[in-house]
Ligand binder design. Sequence first.
Ligand code: AQP
Length: 348
Amino acid sequence: MAEPVQTPQASFPTRIFSGIQPSGGLTLGNYLGALKRFVEKQDEGIETIYCMVDMHAITVWQDPEKLRQQTREGAAAFIAAGIDPARSILFNQSQVSAHVELGWIFNCIARMGWMSRMTQFKDKAGKNSENVSLGLFAYPSLMAADILAYKATHVPVGEDQKQHLELTRDIAIKFNNDYGVNFFPVVEPVIEGAATRVMSLRDGTKKMSKSDPSDQSRINLTDDADTIAKKIRKAKTDPEPLPDTLDGLKDRPEARNLVNIYAALAGHTPEQVIRDYAGAQFGSFKPALADLAVAKLEPITLEMNRLMQDPGEIDHILGQGAARADAIARPIVDQVYDIIGMIRSRRD
Ligand code: AQP
């Protein structure tokens, strides 16, 4: 095996990659933890590549027609939230085969011990780990491939993806060391903002998730104003009023969650929200939060609905994005084949 090499990060230009699974309708958690941040990065003028990761979605069985619908709906959400397909590359993963090709190579780089420590796999597999798909176990090495097929340097994600990004870093370092190259960047997670982990509305210790069996646990980007207001009104809280410092929310996960959501939607810090609502009962805070959520989400929902009237146009945008993504990823993956010693003699 070749000598370890140091990867000088300065040699990799800044490039952002991130993705969302079309494994259900997108939630407020996906919006605040990911989508909203994707738009901010695009608007900072950084090169941004965003993906509906449909190959990840099938690690859990998906109804084919629903999967197509959810992929289009996700893409519509990206555009409605402010992703401009001319400025960002927007596509679905399965249209760019470089992802799965590099994913297999990374399956041969990642170690079983590393993969076995992934808490998301443990959470999702639960007591059923003998019966879940092999793909669910290998999910994080495909995620590393998604990112490194573009030599992306920065990945905006919610807090729950931090461990997968650490694994991506380990895979990049091991690949570089094993082959004595300085080929892959060691990515930086970008986990910022007041709502890096939006929690379930029914249980403040559990992440808000699109695949949670309870629809009451989450706000969907397709929910109308009434539904949003009702879900917030019914959100689990405690009988105490809001405290006057953030410290006072330490053992109150549901209250803390609503404060974080308010802060992220308003573009404030949680400290500012606590200053404004110190001593308020949930009877007044919840309606204020509901009004804010509706004001921020309704325009996105309406635009999503409009875009969904023309699924052919969404497919066209995804196809164009895939061609642009492929033009970046193909030469990178071809170089990987050379590095690892695969003969590449086919000429079509
Ligand atoms: N609750 C959340 N708070 C903040 N960020 C979140 N993200 C997801 N849930 C929250 C972020 O959204 C991006 C896309 O996530 P994903 O769809 O690829 O997978 P996930 O993290 O597993 O999301 P879900 O909703 O929980 O999906 P299912 O239920 O299918 O597993 C990521 O950046 C994630 O951090």
